[in-house]
Design a protein around this ligand. Structure first.
Ligand code: GLV
Length: 312
């Protein structure tokens, strides 16, 4: 069985090979652009952003594995072989890491870590008391998939009140959940910190813009760990400058890496992180994908399948 790998580039292949040899020694890993590889010999592909049209040229491909939880860069291929299963990579380690990142980001907004970092860079002993405890402020999580639910549970474990919003209604023990466009304004009005964990779909594109930000309580915080396509960065900056937002942790951008002259870098109320919220190790991902392949080979259903109707 051949798994062709593009994720991480050719330099990552030795590490992927070492990881898969531990968890699925029967799989042969080959580089995506290997000129000696017969396209008809490939069973599976592991990719983050394949060149459009390339997957369609693999005549005996049986399933596609995304290297991340979001497969928007794969689904964007107009020639994507839609009859094949496309699996989002959501090992338990990914949800755990996302939960950790969201807790860190929410606490850093509440404790004003950015203010302290700016002061430290100037050797300025800028003593101040955060005027509230994290437990006094409600976090609203948009997107209640595996990552949103894990982040909610971890925040609640810290004593932080959490509410959620998703496209279709979710029932979560002890947590108030809002659903659909009709309940979004009520959800936003209660979100002292808004966490975006939505998938990138045509419906969510450009969503984090002035109208939505204006519905948050004044002085709200923003944690953006979805996709850059969700946000209108100039609107976020304007909301920070007007005081509508008090701070933002932005992990994703429309263009990555973020250009050196982007105003987000130096903004005193923005923490920029390099799309680092939740990248599980290659071994964790290899274990998850090997498990999926084993299930698939036994004719069982695959988890976390991309659904073209929903768009994620
Ligand atoms: C990262 O953004 C992922 O989709 O896993």
């Amino acid at each position: 069985m051949i798994l062709v790998v593009k994720s991480g580039g050719e330099k990552a292949l030795p590490e992927w090979r070492a990881c898969f040899s531990e968890v699925a020694p029967e799989l042969e890993l080959r580089w995506w652009d290997d000129p000696k590889l017969d396209p008809a010999a490939i069973d599976y592909a592991l990719v983050w952003d394949p060149e459009p049209g390339r997957l369609a040229k693999l005549p005996r491909l049986r399933a596609i594995f995304g290297a991340g939880a979001g497969v928007d860069a794969i689904a964007a291929d107009p020639h994507l072989p839609r009859h094949l299963p496309l699996v989002r990579c959501v090992p338990p380690e990914a949800t755990q890491r996302m939960g950790e990142f969201v807790c860190w980001a929410v606490l850093s907004l509440h404790k004003d870590a950015r203010r302290m970092a700016v002061a430290q860079a100037k050797s300025d002993w800028d003593a101040f008391d955060p005027p509230f405890a994290a437990a006094d402020k409600t976090v609203g999580i948009m997107g209640l998939g595996a990552m949103g639910l894990r982040a909610a549970a971890m925040l609640r474990g810290l004593g932080i009140p959490v509410i959620g919003w998703s496209r279709s209604r979710k029932l979560v023990d002890g947590m108030e959940c809002f659903a659909g466009p009709g309940e979004q304004a009520a959800f936003l009005a209660r979100s002292d910190v808004l966490v975006c964990l939505l998938p990138a779909t045509p419906e969510t594109a450009g969503m984090i813009a002035a109208p939505l930000l204006g519905r948050l309580p004044r002085g709200a915080g923003l944690v953006q760990v979805g996709r850059g396509a969700h946000q209108v960065l100039p609107d976020i900056i304007a909301a920070l400058d007007s005081g509508q937002l008090s701070g933002a942790v932005l992990d994703v951008f429309e263009q990555e890496p973020l250009a050196a002259d982007n105003p987000a870098w130096a903004h005193p109320r923005i923490t920029v992180t390099p799309h680092a919220a939740s990248l599980p190790s290659r071994l964790d991902r290899a274990r998850y994908i090997a498990g999926c392949i084993a299930r698939f080979e036994r004719g069982e259903t695959l988890p976390n399948l991309y659904d073209p109707e929903r768009g994620y």
